[in-house]
Design a protein around this ligand. Structure first.
Ligand code: HDE
Length: 694
């Protein structure tokens, strides 16, 4: 019998082999440190008998597993993050005493989490949605969290409306869908009744909410904050993150196809870019201004539905953020990181923006229900990298073991030779900026919105009219798409009424796309103004749409018979230009090239459709092309690249495949020799020939 037991332990009944060790240092243990002899079989009474309750190894393992999930974030549940640093370009000591802004060249470690807003943690990476852009700076004087979005304005002006906004945007309460999509009745019902959201809706329906990768988004602090210098002088400030990779978006059809082909597309892209050493970078910019400047603006700087156009107040670039390390463990870091806009350091302060003020409460509160304990700040990813000393004690999952009796203050224990504990520091401690009289900050207790917050349309108009015509068409089409999914006609009509205030032509285009009449403008609290346009807001053909292969991925389609020299030449050229070449073949094991050599592929054609790459090179022989003509995935590969306005490089032998895919020659359809210079951009002029936009 002993021999029989031995057999079952070393080779499972299913035939699997077990990896065992006699090395104590490498021994598998329970959470109590007990070495585990068998991690494959439960404790049973007899070979085919019942499992025993005393099997503590089993019970502990299953117990822990049962509790592995924690509540997902109520918003921004789906995200990905990376470690990195912030490097200051020049001292800002004239406007802030914040330690991280004092010395040029100083580096501050940080952790940045990007997210979508509406979907659950298991939703896809590429819905039409705002992207969260949250940065935790571990400064020498404590943690500063700049918890922003990739859009510089927000839907609402007052925090009390946030639960309603989010309820309306998330899946509908009775039916439990749609997931991660605003294209449904309840969202547009709320929005159509909320004129203050109109400016944000322009951004949300623009290409900003379908970014190509997270490396191609801007970030904004949204609210007006304060910087405070050593003399106690306050300067208002708006924060901006500018991607060194340029601004890039996708085509809606492409975003939808990416969601199916690779739901993790954007987190994979971030991971892979960092893995290959192509560290993404953003520059931090500020718009700094004083009260007199604020008073000169045609809106209130406390209103989070407004921007200060860069043409009115340029963005001063003050440093750069480099993300150079992906987390070791997604749960421990990305999932457990707890951001809070109330985390500010001396030298940074709040304003009375009513949305910001509500957030200062919400985030601390939410961490208690997510992380389960008031001691969440002790989790390594949340812990400041400077001393933390106070008299807060105990609580669930307390990790610290403070010595001595001093757990209160003031105390005189130091006089007795005992440890007395830390003391407050009037000189260097955080002091709230004492807002001046005359800023409208004092008065009766009122549930009221100031009249200075009542212009809901002028900046929505400014945004729409500033865009490139291609972007305007995308925006109008996005509105048609979303409102077409709204079943209640009265909601569509009310929304059209709001759009008339933004721009009658836009409203007409959307109404036409819905085959509805354009209604009268909805009532507007104040007359809509024609503000000076801001070309800085453009993505398409804008200053920050970079034309380069650097950081972009090219799909190189090969098949049996492809010419190895042609493949090598194009791959070398892509890499020399800073791009990444991915070899795609009908079979992942590879293709047999001209001359008989097998070339391994990075991906199988069916698993790597062209929406996942930025441009394609079709390197086929006559024989390979003939075989692919009957392959829908190959035809679709080329058709989508063309439809998504990407560059296509090809060997003459691949022409029949291009013909079958409906490719019409233009500047972006080129021979391999001309491919790389043409590949780093989209061909916007092609668009009217491939789809009808509103
Ligand atoms: Fe948030 N928001 N928010 N939000 N928010 C959260 O905190 C909230 C708002 C933003 O990667 C929650 O830890 C209220 C604006 C980001 O972990 C919660 C209001 C902006 C993230 C919360 C707002 C944001 C959050 C959920 C209206 C852009 C993800 C989980 C007053 C400036 C951070 C959590 C991460 C997360 C509340 C509005 C950005 C519930 C009440 C405006 C990037 O506390």
């Amino acid at each position: 019998m002993p021999n029989k037991h031995k057999l079952v332990n070393d080779i499972g009944a299913g035939g699997e082999t077990h990896q065992t060790t006699s090395d104590t240092a490498n021994a598998l243990t329970t959470n109590q440190g007990i070495r585990v002899s068998d991690n494959q079989n439960q404790l049973k009474s007899g070979e085919r008998g019942p499992v025993l309750l005393e099997d503590f190894v089993l019970r502990e393992k299953i117990f822990h597993f049962d509790h592995e999930r924690i509540p997902e974030r109520i918003v921004h549940a789906r995200g990905t993050a990376a470690h990195g640093f912030f490097e200051l370009y020049e001292s800002l000591s004239d406007i802030t005493k914040a330690d991280l802004f004092q010395r040029a060249g100083e580096k501050t470690p940080l952790f940045t989490r990007f997210s979508t807003v509406a979907g659950g943690a298991g939703s896809v990476d590429t819905p039409r949605d705002v992207r969260g852009f949250a940065v935790k700076f571990y400064t020498k004087e404590g943690n500063w969290d700049l918890v922003g979005n990739n859009i510089p304005v927000f839907f609402i002006q007052d925090a009390i409306k946030f639960p309603d906004l989010i309820h309306s945007a998330k899946m509908e309460a009775d039916r439990g869908y749609p997931q991660a999509a605003t294209a449904h009745d309840t969202f547009w019902d709320f929005i159509s009744l909320m004129p203050e959201s109109t400016h944000m809706i322009m951004w949300a329906m623009s290409d900003r909410t379908i970014p190509r990768t997270l490396r191609n988004i801007e970030g904004f602090g949204i609210h007006t904050f304060r910087l405070v210098n050593a003399e106690g002088k306050s300067t208002f400030v708006k924060f901006h993150w500018k991607p060194k990779q340029g601004l890039q978006s996708t085509i809606w059809d492409e975003a939808v196809k990416i969601a199916g082909a690779d739901p993790d597309f954007q987190r994979r892209d971030l991971f892979e870019a960092i893995e290959r050493g192509d560290f993404p970078e953003w520059e931090l910019g500020i718009q700094a201004f004083d009260q007199a400047f604020a008073d000169s603006l045609p809106f209130d700087v406390l209103d989070p539905t407004k921007i200060i156009p860069e043409e009115v107040l340029p963005v001063r670039l003050i440093g750069r953020m480099v993300l150079d390390r992906y987390p070791d463990n997604f749960f421990a870091e990305t999932e457990q990181v707890a951001f809070c806009p109330a985390n500010v350091v001396p030298g940074v302060d709040f304003t009375n923006d009513p949305l910001l003020q509500g957030r200062l409460f919400s985030y601390l509160d939410t961490q208690k229900s997510r992380l389960g304990t008031a001691n969440f700040h002790q989790i390594p990813i949340n812990a400041p990298k400077c001393p933390v000393m106070n008299f807060q004690r105990d609580g669930q999952m307390q990790m610290l073991q403070p010595k001595g009796r001093a757990n209160y203050e003031p105390n005189s224990l130091a006089d007795q030779g005992e440890a007395g504990g830390p003391r407050e520091c009037p000189a260097t401690g955080f002091k709230t900026f004492p807002s001046a009289d005359g800023e409208g900050e004092q008065g009766d207790k009122l549930r009221i919105r100031p009249a200075s917050f009542s212009d809901h349309y002028s900046q929505a108009r400014l945004f729409f009219r500033s865009l490139d015509p291609a972007e305007q068409a995308h925006l109008a089409s996005a509105l048609v798409f979303e409102l077409s999914k709204v079943a209640v006609e009265a909601i569509r009509e009310r929304m059209l009424g709001n759009l008339v205030n933004v721009d009658p032509e836009l409203a007409g285009r959307v109404a036409d796309g819905l085959a509805m009449p354009t209604p009268k403008a909805s009532p507007s609290a104040v007359p809509v103004q024609d503000l000076d346009l801001s070309p800085a807001l453009r993505i398409v053909r804008g200053a920050r749409e970079l034309h380069t292969l650097k950081g972009r991925v090219v799909g190189v389609l090969i098949a049996d018979g492809s010419d190895p020299d042609a493949i090598k030449t194009v791959v070398d050229a892509i890499e020399a230009d800073g791009g990444v070449a991915r070899i795609i073949a009908p079979k992942v094991g590879g293709a047999k090239l001209k001359g008989g050599k097998l070339m391994k592929a990075d991906a199988q054609l069916a698993g790597m459709p062209s929406p996942l790459v930025d441009a394609i090179a079709v390197v086929l022989s006559e024989e390979g092309c003939a075989a692919l003509l009957n392959e829908a995935a190959a035809v679709q590969f080329v058709m989508d690249a063309f439809g998504h306005l990407k560059a296509i490089g090809f060997t003459p032998e691949a022409q029949p495949l291009l013909d079958k895919a409906g490719v019409v020659p233009d500047d972006g359809v080129v021979g391999l020799a001309a491919f790389v210079p043409a590949a780093g951009k989209r061909y916007w002029d092609r668009e009217p020939s491939v789809r009808t936009l509103a």
